[in-house]
Design a protein around this ligand. Structure first.
Ligand SMILES: [Fe+2]
Length: 271
């Protein structure tokens, strides 16, 4: 049975917008060390699957106080708690994985799921942390093509201390980084999802400016303008008011600065 949870949202307008732009957000060292150790020991003794039934794990990881406010901001009230828990256990050293997005990814402004990763141990570059490509959650590519890319400019290595949790849009491009150290790297992955319609109920900033600032940093993989429109479209979808995007941002004005065609089959001969 699906279990849902509710709490106060903790992200501001700017932070929600940044998530829309980047497609990921890192929370470093939010799980206490004794819980990280307990998780590692539990996995060694019992495997990772029974963790789904452990109250202490649900309380400290799925319902971690630093995490739930972020999930609540992005997925709305009464979001659903994870029901699966794969462990991406790596016996290092290993070469990097191929770039990919996970199966069934969709591309667009709707944010109905969040894919979350938990490192129960220190995960420096030597242990092959996940590499993500900011902004790529909007970018379609055939999996068979993506797998041929090697280093991509603008990618980010999620090296982080034990107890770090990072939150991603499901369709973000990612891969396990190359590892050079010898040892085991555990990394647990799980998904929360939305059960209520999107609504602008996170922390409002009265002076939040939805227009791109002059110093808006573009994810390197996207084309000029398109990246910001995509982020704005997701932001307004999350606000539950996509029509505002048209009114305030003019997303139908395309190419930017040109009039919006407004012909219909009935009136076209009048122009
Ligand atoms: Fe993956």
């Amino acid at each position: 049975m699906t279990k849902v949870y509710d709490c106060q949202p903790t992200l501001t307008d700017s932070q929600v917008f940044s998530f829309c732009r980047d497609g990921y957000l890192m929370l470093e060292g939010v799980v206490p060390n004794e819980i990280n150790q307990k998780t590692n020991e539990f996995i060694e003794q019992n495997g990772h699957r029974p963790l789904l039934e452990e109250d202490w794990f649900i309380e400290q990881i799925f319902l971690n106080s630093e995490v739930v406010g972020v999930i609540r901001s992005l997925l709305g009230a009464n979001f659903a708690l994870p029901i699966k828990l794969p462990n991406h256990r790596a016996k290092c050293p290993l070469p990097s994985q191929s770039w990919h997005r996970d199966g069934g990814s969709r591309y667009g402004c709707e944010l109905n799921h969040l894919q979350v990763f938990y490192y129960p141990q220190d995960t420096p570059a030597e242990l092959g942390p996940t590499e993500v490509l900011p902004g790529s959650h909007f970018l379609f590519s055939l999996g068979s093509w993506m797998g041929h890319y090697e280093a991509i400019r603008g990618s980010v290595l999620t090296s982080a201390p034990a107890g770090s949790i990072y939150i991603t849009a499901y369709s973000i491009w990612h891969r396990r980084g190359v590892s050079t150290a010898t040892g085991i790297r555990n990394m647990l992955k799980y998904i929360y999802w939305r059960t209520t319609p999107p609504e602008h109920d996170w922390i409002k900033e009265p002076d939040f400016n939805h227009r791109p600032p002059a110093n808006f940093t573009m994810p390197s993989v996207q084309q000029q303008h398109r990246n910001w429109y995509d982020a704005a479209e997701m932001y307004y979808w999350l606000c539950g008011s996509k029509e505002k995007l048209e009114a305030m941002v003019g997303d139908k004005e395309w190419p930017p600065g040109y009039p919006v065609p407004h012909w219909t089959p009935e009136n076209y001969h009048n122009f």
